[in-house]
Write a protein that binds this ligand. Structure first.
Ligand SMILES: *[C@@H]1O[C@H](CO)[C@@H](O)[C@H](O)[C@H]1NC(C)=O
Ligand SMILES: *[C@@H]1O[C@H](CO)[C@@H](O)[C@H](O)[C@H]1NC(C)=O
Ligand SMILES: *[C@@H]1O[C@H](CO)[C@@H](O)[C@H](O)[C@H]1NC(C)=O
Ligand SMILES: *[C@@H]1O[C@H](CO)[C@@H](O)[C@H](O)[C@H]1NC(C)=O
Ligand SMILES: *[C@@H]1O[C@H](CO)[C@@H](O)[C@H](O)[C@H]1NC(C)=O
Ligand SMILES: *[C@@H]1O[C@H](CO)[C@@H](O)[C@H](O)[C@H]1NC(C)=O
Ligand SMILES: *[C@@H]1O[C@H](CO)[C@@H](O)[C@H](O)[C@H]1NC(C)=O
Length: 470
């Protein structure tokens, strides 16, 4: 009998050591008697420390001393632990499809955790209802590893506020005041929340998520007046989406200075807002950021100077009346006439007055389009132009110029030279059609496109980008 027991025990021991050697556990309730083989730097399984564990942080430190990686889940639930520094060597924790990677819930006395080595996790983190837990020292690690894959609420310090789901009354009636950092998306569809709740967002400077505002009754997004940085996650098809808000007149995102996405295909879509005008600095910001498209299909209009944030930095109106020192022009510069066809002789050449050439040559930034058709110019140079942004519905006579055509020169029969030595951003296309003796070879194509951002098309006597043929 004893022999049988011994043999059984022997088998059990063997079985356990085989399990241990490959460091695989299933669901493991950690207790004082738990032990992991010392050479297991990676553990596999779900490890739970809870109210029945009766284990101290010091004992946990010893137990997890050599653990650098957990393929699975670590749960700390309902314990009396005051600190959880035993996690400090863990670099990877994958999570599993059912659970969060790290889950720290309802620990009434837990004041600190240590995630100093954590570098990688494809799961989520959940840290909730630990009333004395201050996460301040872990904020940047949590941000780098999890970004917005997180539910962190109800702790002494949460590293930011969270929004889950729609920002809609009455669901968000307990959204806190004084949030500086928000994780989650600001999604509104339909009637906006009451003014006083909406303006709780007015302290937010960083949003880690996207903005989607559709079919609301809002007149302004001024409740985001302090928002400086937006960074959306990989799931964000649009980082900013503003559609069909019939009363929306202005965005008023006056402090916004950076718009990014972790999704390299993320767009900004602003469509069908009848009353809306756009501050030129907003378009400039979007084009300078790594946002892929701004409104590929739907035109916008720039605001009148009295609705712009820094009106004195721009000029607009007739070129002949523009101040000599103005370098940022809002408006379309168009020289054409109805007699300019692609193939027939020109009887009436377009005049480009000398004093206006001087004016447009002084511009560094143009918020509009630049078009010259049927002139007798032999060269067109814009020595100071750095950026041009065309987002409007522009007509030449009755023909649409085409959305995103920033510059177009056509039928300038004597044209030999075009130069924009300082042009960095062209939003978007530049088209050169049937201009006398202007070279359209590969060298010219290269010269025109080198060092330019956002130029989606350089058409040389063709609807196609010349770069495709290089
Ligand atoms: C590791 O342990 C598991 C027990 O869950 C077992 O199925 C597996 O075969 C073991 N692997 C090795 C390599 O020993
Ligand atoms: C741990 O050490 C034992 C005994 O030396 C060995 O059999 C086992 O393969 C080692 N396991 C790991 C994960 O290195
Ligand atoms: C953590 O995961 C990364 C990516 O999967 C891997 O390159 C690295 O070796 C892992 N580190 C540890 C300690 O398991
Ligand atoms: C944590 O506390 C909440 C609220 O008391 C409860 O609903 C939840 O089940 C608890 N979670 C765990 C893992 O015990
Ligand atoms: C010639 O073109 C100019 C615009 O450059 C236009 O104002 C004028 O009416 C045209 N004249 C004729 C005779 O078509
Ligand atoms: C053509 O080139 C000359 C000499 O560089 C310059 O002075 C003139 O402004 C240019 N004309 C246009 C229309 O760019
Ligand atoms: C191109 O230049 C040649 C020689 O300067 C000239 O004869 C010809 O008319 C020019 N072509 C056009 C379309 O202006």
């Amino acid at each position: 009998m004893t022999q049988v027991t011994l043999i059984l025990l022997g088998f059990l021991y063997l079985f356990r050591s085989v399990l241990s050697q490959n460091c695989t556990f299933n669901v493991h309730y950690v207790t004082k008697t738990s032990s992991f083989p010392t050479n297991c730097s990676q553990l596999i399984g779900r490890f739970r420390i809870d109210e029945n564990s009766e284990i101290s942080n010091d004992q946990l430190v010893a137990l997890f001393k050599n653990v650098h990686s957990i393929r699975g889940v670590l749960q700390i639930w309902n314990t009396q632990l005051t600190s959880a520094t035993f996690m400090r060597n863990i670099q990877n924790i994958t999570g599993d499809p059912l659970d969060k990677g790290i889950s720290i819930l309802n620990n009434t006395r837990l004041a600190s955790i240590s995630l100093t080595s954590l570098k990688y996790s494809n799961g989520k983190v959940e840290i909730q209802n630990n009333p004395v837990l201050n996460l301040q020292k872990s904020c940047s690690v949590i941000h780098d590893v999890y970004f917005n894959r997180r539910s962190i609420t109800g702790n002494l310090f949460d590293c930011g506020c969270e929004i889950t789901g729609y920002f809609q009354w009455p669901k968000i009636k307990n959204f806190p005041e004084n949030c500086i950092v928000v994780y989650g998306n600001i999604i509104m569809d339909g009637v906006a929340p009451p003014y006083n709740v909406l303006y709780r967002l007015a302290t937010v400077t960083k949003l880690y998520g996207f903005i989607s505002i559709q079919r609301t009754n809002l007149e302004t997004l001024g409740f985001l007046q302090n928002l400086e940085d937006i960074e959306s996650g990989v799931e964000a098809q649009n980082t900013i989406e503003i559609e069909s808000n019939e009363y929306l007149g202005r965005l008023d995102l006056i402090r916004l200075r950076s718009v990014k996405s972790r999704n390299s295909d993320s767009d900004v879509r602003i469509t069908s807002n009848e009353e809306l005008c756009i501050d030129p600095s907003f378009i400039q910001l979007l084009a300078q950021s790594n946002i892929r498209y701004i409104n590929q299909y739907s035109p916008l209009s720039y605001c009148e100077l009295d609705k712009i944030n820094n009106p004195s930095t721009y000029c607009t109106g007739k070129l002949s009346t523009i101040n000599e020192r103005c370098t940022r022009y809002i408006g379309d510069i168009i020289y054409s006439n109805p007699d300019i066809w692609d193939y027939s002789d020109i009887n009436n050449y377009t005049k480009v007055p000398q004093n206006e050439i001087k004016k447009f040559q002084q511009f560094e930034i143009i918020f509009g389009s630049f078009v010259i058709e049927g002139s007798t110019l032999t060269n067109i140079s814009m020595p100071n132009l750095r950026e041009i942004y065309q987002v409007s519905a522009v007509y030449i006579g009755t023909s649409p110029l085409g959305l995103g055509v920033a510059m177009k020169f056509r039928r300038n029969d004597f044209l030999k030279e075009v130069s924009f030595p300082n042009l960095k951003i062209s939003h978007n296309s530049i088209l050169l059609y049937r201009n006398g003796n202007l070279s359209t070879d590969a060298d010219f194509c290269k010269k025109m496109t080198d060092g330019r951002k956002r130029m989606t098309l350089l058409g040389l006597d063709s609807e196609y980008d010349c770069r495709a043929y290089l």
